[in-house]
Design a binder for this molecule. Structure first.
Ligand code: MN
Length: 199
C-alpha cells in the first residue's frame, strides 16, 4: 500500500493571518506531495514496501538518503498539519500541562526553549517537543530528520513540531523566522499535542 498525501482538516485560508493561503497551498500540494511521491518511488519494490512510516524511520540508519529525506518529509508534514488548527485550541491542560510543568517549570519556559530551538536551527530543519523516557525535552533536527530516527541526537516520540524551512514562511515573512515561529504558537492544536503525548 502506497503512502498517501493526507487531506488537510481545514482550508488553505484557515490559518490566516498567521500562515497565508498561498504558502499553505504550495507547501501541501508541491512540497508534501513531492516527499510523498518520492518516498513511494524509493520504497517501491524494496523490503520496505508495506512497512509503516514509523517502522521505516526507526531503522533509517540502514536506508538510503532518498528514504531518509522523503520518509522524514512525509511524516513531518503529516504531523505539522495536525498540530495546527485555525485559531489554535485552548492551552495545554491535564496530564500534558503537568508534564510540561514538570519538565520545563512552566509553559512559558517551554515556549522559550521551543522558540529558541526553532530560531537557532541553522538552515533548514525542524524544532520539536519530544517525549523521551517519560520526560519532555526540546530538540531540533536538520533537513527532514526527526526524533523517531535512529540517527537523531535526541530520540523519542515527537508530540509537537514546527517546520523552519524557508518554504514554510518565506512568501509572507521573508527572512523573519522569529515572526513566523511566534505566529505558529497561536495556531497550536493542544488537543492534538495531548493526543500524541498520551500515545
Ligand atoms: Mn515543509
Amino acid at each position: 500500500m502506497a503512502f498517501e498525501l493526507p487531506k488537510l482538516g481545514y482550508d488553505y485560508t484557515a490559518l490566516e493571518p498567521h500562515i497565508d493561503a498561498r504558502t499553505m497551498e504550495i507547501h501541501h500540494t508541491k512540497h508534501h506531495a513531492g516527499y510523498t511521491t518520492n518516498l513511494n518511488n524509493a520504497v517501491s519494490g524494496s523490503a520496505l514496501e508495506g512497512k509503516s512510516i514509523e517502522e521505516i524511520l526507526k531503522g533509517i540508519s540502514g536506508q538510503s538518503t532518498a528514504v531518509r529525506n522523503n520518509g522524514g518529509g512525509y511524516y513531518n508534514h503529516n504531523l505539522y498539519w495536525e498540530v495546527m488548527a485555525p485559531g489554535g485550541s485552548p492551552k495545554p491542560e491535564g496530564v500534558l500541562l503537568d508534564a510540561l510543568n514538570e519538565s520545563f517549570g512552566s509553559v512559558e519556559n517551554f515556549r522559550e526553549s521551543f522558540v529558541q530551538a526553532a530560531l537557532t536551527r541553522f538552515g533548514s530543519g525542524w524544532a520539536w517537543l519530544v517525549l523521551q523516557n517519560n520526560k519532555m525535552v526540546v530538540s531540533s533536527t536538520p533537513n527532514q530528520d526527526n526524533p523517531l530516527m535512529d540517527v537523531a541526537d535526541v530520540q523519542g516520540t515527537p508530540v509537537l513540531g514546527v517546520d523552519v524551512w524557508e518554504h514554510a514562511y518565506y512568501l509572507n515573512y521573508q527572512n523573519r523566522r522569529p515572526d513566523y515561529v511566534n505566529a505558529f504558537w497561536n495556531l497550536i492544536n493542544w488537543d492534538e499535542v495531548a493526543r500524541r503525548f498520551k500515545g
